[in-house]
Every structure is written in structure tokens, then in C-alpha cells.
Design a protein around this ligand. Structure first.
Ligand SMILES: [Zn+2]
Length: 341
């Protein structure tokens, strides 16, 4: 039985690649030293205490932040320190840690497995796909960790958001057990709801990850957002608005802003709908928001799927892949609220 399960795939091709990422340069500058009379005794605050590396059964840990996180200087760590052990030499922590560093974990990507519990575990642990965490649908209080947060898991595949590509390199992936969708008689995808227990688990897990790595709202995304032509998960029944309202997780638009853009769009939307300049503008705005869509000036299949992915996330009541006035207004409201820096 177990052997049979090994061969049940997710139907996904995951490409593993690890391009070199640009290292953010630090804006840290040493503070100018204040000249003080020699008779003045130094207070404990006049010298920054060097945080200690702790040692537990031979494994070193460093969990203190001495840098200014607001400047993207961050020296905190949530795992053990991995060090080289070169033969004949000693690696020392005399000058550890350097200020100029940040987390590799910059995105949180959510998925559904399209498989039941047992098969989800088998596929994600025994085959060529994985995720850092798996949220089951058994109603217990367990969340399965499958991959170390410091390592890449193979969940995103060919993917992009804004200027970033191959998001396995920079993301934490959460898979949620859910059977996905079935197609009805006219080919419309009918999705399966998530249980309330699962959503609460996902929210608690996501909140913890986002807080520790300071992942911005713009980088909390669906698999369908970063691979819109290939993926639908976690689909339109994943409650992004609830996560935003109840847990302050991810992005959501302001209703009033959306309404004003909607009123504006209604004035001439139908007239210009098939003009290539308008289609080009739609593609440009989708691309500006983050989607990896080509600027073809045509309502092509990739553009339709990208609009569908946007609707799964932000207008789940109707995910027909057509850029209507409401979808357009939501996109404008989001661009205003989350401008590209
Ligand atoms: Zn996925």
C-alpha cells in the first residue's frame, strides 16, 4: 500500500535552482565616540554589550538582536549556528556577529495539497516536492514540520513576484490538506472549502513566521499569485480577507478606496475594453502589483489566468478571469495601499 502511495504525484514539476541573491548592504555606521573626562566612570549603557553565543550539548545558538531592524540590520537567529570545521584550524566567534545581514526568508507562500491527509504526507516527504509545514485536516492540534526553515523546500517551482524569481530560494512554504477542485459540466472549477480548524492553524503558524522574519504583507502570497499560469492553489475559498481582518496577515484593500475607483471605472470601462492600449495598461498594473505577466496588449490566455489568480485572492466571489470594473477597482485600491517602493 505504502509503495503504491509513493507513485501518486501532485502532478507538478518542481524545478530546483539557486541563483545568487543580492546581499543588502548595510546602512550601519559606527557611532562617533563621545569624548568624556577620564574621571567619569563608564555606565553599563555606554558600551554595547556583546550578545552571547549559547551552547547546548555542543550546538551553538545565537538568539539576540543587537542591530537596528528598522535599517534591515538584523543579527537575530532562530536556529543553531552552522559553522565550518576545517581540518587543522579553529573557527572562532571573536567578531561574531557582523551587523550587515538579514533573513533569507522573505516570502510566505500558501498552498493546498489536492490530496487527502495520508497521501499528502507521503508525497511531501517521499517524493520530489516538499514544504516547510503541512497543515492536516484531522482536527487535532498538530502542525507537521517537514523541512528546516533555514533550508529550501521544493514548493514554489517556476515562480516570480515583482523582481524576484524562483521563490523556493527566499520563501517558507505551507501546504494545507484540501482536495482542491472539480470541474462542473461547463468546465467551471468548483473548489472544496477549508475547515475552520485548518484556517485557525494556518493563521497561527503564518503569524509566527511573519513576525519572526518580518515578512511584509506584500510578500504573503498564494502559489497561484507567483505561478498564475500553472497553479490555482490555495484557491478562492481560502479566506484571505478573514486572515487580514482577524490576524493582520497579508494584504487587503480598503472598501472606500475600491468604491471610488469603481465609480470612476464604470464611466468608460465598456467602451475601451478591447483597445490594446487599455489591455496593455491592465497588464502593466498587474505587473506593477507583482504578477509575472507579459505586456502583450492582448487578452491572451496568460493574462486571463493572471486575472483569475488575482480574483482567487482578492475577488473570490467571481473568478472568471475577466477584468471587470470591480476587479480593476480592487487592483487600483491595492496598488494605492501597497505602493511599490
Ligand atoms: Zn502549490
Amino acid at each position: 500500500m505504502r509503495k503504491i502511495l509513493y507513485f501518486i504525484g501532485l502532478g507538478t514539476i518542481i524545478l530546483s535552482c539557486a541563483p545568487q541573491k543580492n546581499v543588502k548592504t548595510s546602512s550601519y555606521r559606527p557611532k562617533a565616540t563621545t569624548v568624556q573626562p577620564k574621571t567619569v566612570t563608564k555606565t553599563p549603557t555606554s558600551e554595547k554589550a556583546k550578545p552571547q553565543v549559547t551552547n547546548d550539548r555542543g550546538v551553538e545558538f545565537f538568539t539576540t538582536n543587537i542591530a537596528d531592524a528598522a535599517k534591515n540590520d538584523n543579527t537575530i537567529s532562530y536556529g543553531s549556528i552552522v559553522s565550518a570545521k576545517p581540518a587543522g584550524y579553529k573557527v572562532v566567534k571573536t567578531y561574531f556577529p557582523a551587523i550587515a545581514q538579514n533573513f533569507r526568508q522573505r516570502y510566505l507562500i500558501l498552498h493546498y495539497t489536492a490530496l487527502p491527509d495520508d497521501k499528502s504526507i507521503t508525497v511531501l516527504t517521499q517524493q520530489a516536492v516538499s514544504a516547510h509545514y503541512l497543515v492536516n485536516n484531522t482536527g487535532d492540534n498538530e502542525i507537521y514540520q517537514l523541512v528546516d526553515e533555514n533550508k529550501r523546500s521544493y514548493h514554489a517551482g517556476v515562480s516570480s513576484w515583482r523582481t524576484d524569481k524562483n521563490l523556493n530560494d527566499t520563501s517558507i512554504g505551507i501546504e494545507i490538506v484540501n482536495s482542491g477542485y472539480t470541474a462542473d459540466s461547463i468546465g467551471k472549477r468548483i473548489f472544496v472549502p477549508f475547515s475552520d480548524a485548518q484556517i485557525k492553524k494556518v493563521a497561527a503558524l503564518a503569524k509566527d513566521i511573519i513576525t519572526r522574519y518580518q515578512i511584509p504583507a506584500t510578500n504573503v502570497l498564494a502559489h497561484s499569485d507567483i505561478a498564475p499560469t500553472r497553479k490555482q492553489d490555495p484557491g478562492p475559498l481560502f479566506p484571505w480577507k478573514r486572515l487580514y481582518d482577524e490576524y493582520q496577515i497579508g494584504m487587503w484593500y480598503d472598501q472606500e478606496t475600491k468604491q471610488s475607483y469603481h465609480d470612476l471605472a464604470m464611466m468608460d470601462f465598456a467602451a475601451k475594453y478591447n483597445e490594446s492600449s487599455f489591455i496593455f495598461n491592465v497588464q502593466t498594473q498587474l505587473q506593477k502589483f507583482g504578477y509575472g505577466v507579459e505586456l502583450s496588449g492582448k487578452w491572451d490566455d496568460a493574462t486571463k489566468k493572471t486575472i483569475e489568480a488575482f480574483q482567487y485572492h482578492f475577488r473570490p466571489q467571481n473568478y472568471d478571469g475577466i477584468m471587470d470594473a470591480e476587479t480593476w477597482a480592487i487592483l487600483q485600491a491595492l496598488l494605492q495601499k501597497y505602493p511599490v517602493k
